[in-house]
Ligand binder design. Structure first.
Ligand code: FES
Length: 109
């Protein structure tokens, strides 16, 4: 059985949702599976919609590789404010080190 961790999603109203996240799944898929409706993911993870935008805090961002050029290009088109640690959650995989971290979701996609 795949390893699971607890991951938090903080929605734009300030509510924190703690969910079980399977290591290896994307942060986008985990949000969809757990009804975090501020992650829309129209393209299903193909990196062509930018509706899976999330914000990471600096400690969480440091757990991931830098975004690829194409992700950076897609981030130029996000609907909500783009921040320094904006990422597209379909490009981020759940890993054990993420246990207890919080992913923030924007008020629109
Ligand atoms: Fe479409 Fe991430 S789900 S870009």
């Amino acid at each position: 059985m795949a390893q699971e961790i607890v991951l938090n999603y903080k929605t734009s109203d300030g509510t924190v949702h703690a969910v079980d996240a399977r290591v290896g799944d994307s942060i986008m898929d985990t949000a969809i599976k757990n009804d975090i409706d501020e992650v829309v993911a129209e393209c299903g993870g193909s990196l062509i919609c930018a509706t899976c935008h999330v914000y990471l805090d600096p400690e969480t961002a440091a757990l991931f590789d830098e975004p690829e050029d194409f992700e950076l290009e897609m981030l130029e088109g996000v609907a909500a404010e783009r921040r320094e640690n904006s990422r597209l959650s379909c490009q981020l995989r759940v890993k054990p080190e993420l246990a207890g971290h919080t992913i923030e979701t924007p008020d629109r996609q």
